[in-house]
Write a protein that binds this ligand. Structure first.
Ligand code: SF4
Ligand code: SF4
Length: 475
């Protein structure tokens, strides 16, 4: 059998297609990608962006605005800080506006420019392509070197793998701490690292996040985007004929042909496939796996330069642009989404700036609605008072001036009419309202007034006084 016959007898190497996920083998095992290095204008812009975002993602909890972290979710105190503003659990409804606004914002960006978020700003991509993959390349070499080393095995492969995974674990631990700073104030975190003395919960969380990040960036990688991320799955419903995506100019490239002298401009060199971090062939059209990372653009532009053809065989353009050469960026959905975002933003700002500095609720105590003793009807209430401000406050609690006016024998017992509360703390208090039975006719609403001694703000909380049905209504 000749060498040519041998080659013909070998099973053909699997290629990315539209019917299967290339990174998973037909038997269900993982097809680990060895992604090739690429240089170019988009890669340069991307690395600049990654560096900036890594600084932002890591530094955000350390930056102070008005004495508070730029962003912090303080779970034990049921509070959150965002750009200098303080939010408590009572402000949770505002989260709805943020969530809807952010979601629609992502819709707008996706409908205009496809998955630029995934390719340029998502932490999964930023840390994978901006930190972990470059380190892998430095230690294990470029794509062909890595493949060769992995096949050859031996000491050379072993020490490189050990070094790489050691650094990955160290970085994962550091990034887990950076992530936890979004939930633990940085001044506390400084006392906790590296051994988390006296805080087993924080230690367990740090081990959990370290393990998760290490698993993700060392092995799971693009599977996070393909299998777990819901946004990628939504993409097909968000893009349309005019969305600017990364695509292959089929009209110009086909028929692809080895050699630049005949056929279309695509010389079937497969560079665009080798550099793809999700293992797809962009020439098969827009696919769910494409994270818009632009690596294939730079790879193909480089090839075009080398064969003396114009760049842009793979480029940012809309489906309309690829077909007709014309583009239409602003469409009705852009305006609809924009109006919704503006409305959500306006509602958030209006509600956030209009929040009270303390929150009061009064509930009738559970059990009997009232008791009667010596001809006096007694109602029992539980008042919940929460200081939502950033400083200790003193509050005064009293019945409103006109409470149950016109009735005889009205009296109140407020065991703690003056309440001191630390910042963001709360307390439950018991209140009594009483009225002589002879004066009671029907259930009647009245108010307790709670006054903030510093700001002078008053909240009147409505409650209902109840008693027995008067005898004259029973006849
Ligand atoms: S890099 Fe360009 S020329 Fe090479 S296969 Fe991809 S599209 Fe064709
Ligand atoms: S097809 Fe191109 S843009 Fe999409 S993920 Fe692959 S390399 Fe990135």
């Amino acid at each position: 059998m000749t060498e040519k016959d041998n080659r013909a007898a070998r099973p053909a190497k699997r290629q990315p297609d539209l019917n299967t996920v290339y990174t998973i083998n037909p038997d269900g095992s993982r097809n680990m990608l060895q992604v090739a290095d690429v240089k170019g204008r988009w890669t340069t812009r991307k690395y600049f962006m990654y560096a900036l975002l890594i600084i932002v993602y890591v530094a955000a909890p350390w930056v102070k605005v008005g004495n508070h972290p730029l962003i912090l979710v303080d779970v034990p105190n049921r509070a959150a800080y965002l750009m200098g503003a303080t939010f408590t659990n009572q402000d949770f409804h505002l989260f709805f506006f943020v969530l809807i606004g952010t979601g629609i914002g992502l819709f707008v960006v996706t409908s205009l420019f496809g998955r630029v978020w995934c390719g340029f700003a998502c932490p999964q991509t930023v840390f994978m392509e901006g930190v972990f993959r470059p380190i892998e390349r430095i230690i294990e070499g470029r794509r062909l070197e890595r493949i060769r080393r992995n096949q050859k095995g031996g000491l050379d492969k072993t020490w490189r793998k050990l070094l790489k995974h050691g650094i990955f674990i160290f970085l994962s631990w550091n990034f887990s701490i950076a992530f936890m700073c979004y939930f633990i104030p940085t001044r506390e975190m400084l006392h906790l690292v590296p051994f988390f003395p006296g805080s087993t919960t924080a230690l367990i969380w740090s081990l959990f996040w370290t393990g998760l990040l290490y698993f993700d960036y060392s092995w799971f990688r693009e599977q996070t985007c393909l299998i777990i991320c819901p946004y990628g799955r939504l993409q097909s419903t968000l893009v349309d004929y005019d969305t600017v995506i990364i695509g292959y100019d089929e009209k110009r490239g086909e028929p692809r042909h080895k050699g630049a002298d005949k056929g279309g401009d695509c010389i079937d060199c497969r560079r665009c496939v080798d550099v793809c971090p999700t293992g797809i062939d962009i020439r098969n059209g827009l696919q769910l796996e494409c994270i818009g990372c632009t690596a294939c653009i730079d790879a193909c532009d480089d090839i075009m330069d080398k064969i003396g053809k114009p760049q842009g065989l793979v480029r940012f353009d809309s489906s309309r642009g690829f077909e007709t050469g014309k583009s239409k960026l602003l469409r009705p959905r852009f305006f609809v989404y924009s109006v919704i975002i503006l409305a959500m933003g306006a509602l958030f700002v209006a509600r956030a700036t209009d929040r009270e500095s303390f929150h009061v609720t009064v509930l009738r105590s559970q059990g009997m609605p009232y008791t009667i003793e010596d001809g006096v009807i007694r109602n029992l209430y539980t008042l919940h008072l929460q200081n939502k401000s950033d400083s200790a406050r003193v509050y005064f609690i009293a019945p409103a001036d006109d409470a149950l006016a016109g009735h005889e024998g009205v009296d109140y017992i407020i065991p703690q009419g003056r309440v001191e509360l630390d910042r963001l703390s709360d307390r439950q208090l018991t209140l009594f309202a009483m009225m002589s039975r002879s004066s009671y006719t029907l259930p009647e609403d009245f108010h307790f007034a709670v006054t903030d001694s510093i700001s002078g703000a008053v909240q009147n909380i409505k409650v209902r006084f109840r008693g027995p049905r008067p005898a004259r209504f029973d006849s």
